[in-house]
Design a protein around this ligand. Sequence first.
Ligand code: FE
Ligand code: FE
Ligand code: ZN
Length: 298
Amino acid sequence: MIIGSHVSFGKDQLLGAAKIAVSYGANTFMFYTGAPQNTIRVEIKSDITSKAHNYMKENNIDINNVICHAPYIINLANKEKIESWNFSISFLKNEIRRITEMGVGYIVVHPGNALKLDRMMALENIADAINYIIDVETKPMLLLETMAGKGSECGINIYELKEILSKINLKDKVGICLDTCHLNDSGVDIAKFDDYLVEFAKEIGLNKIKCVHVNDSKNVIGSHKDRHANIGLGTIGFDNLINVIYNPKLKDVPKILETPYIGEYPPYKLEIDMIKNKKFNPNLEEDVQNFYKNEPNF
Ligand code: FE
Ligand code: FE
Ligand code: ZN
């Protein structure tokens, strides 16, 4: 099983991120190169990167399973404000350059928001943008994330993702990142996840799935809300999420937790424990708080 969570990428960049992942008992991780809400970024320091690679080797983290996530404010779907569309494209080109320097192979991108634009036009804009972003030299794969359908989000079902993919020139450089909370909120019943995979296999192909965001949901199926819950504490439930994580068809796909902090504490170490043991801990919230209170230096 390849499992981790999102971690922060501070001044120690990839090395700092890898150390946090190891403290959670993870064997992979996902990071933003800066704050998820903005596009202020610093350049990558090569000496830190080589230290990080050594540290990861010593700690059983394969760089090929490490994922970067683009900031939320990137919008490839709407061209009406052409400066922001162009900015999103140039930002992603630079972000891909930065992660290439670190040897990271995947960048997850939210397809975008149509805003007042016709949805078919929006899907076309997304593909156009990706055709500008990637070229034959591009090493990392761009992963489009399945979205909940909040507001005017695009990429909210298999058909929209297929439509975008069909218009991409360099198809082997683009894949998909599933998000269980987003799937639930977009109307997919995670209790019938195998049916979803059958449809996905037929329309797109399972080999396109390169990452799974494992989150419970605070809302019911089809709510179009996108509010993540801790594993087993939401409407999807522990057993359904375990079935996704251990699904043999997705065995080699990295699973990334993006569940909310409990108070000021990260839940990931204890959530990963539950997942490894396949046993739900109904006292998760209390135990996370106690764990970090008792180990202030952890
Ligand atoms: Fe995301
Ligand atoms: Fe996600
Ligand atoms: Zn989300």
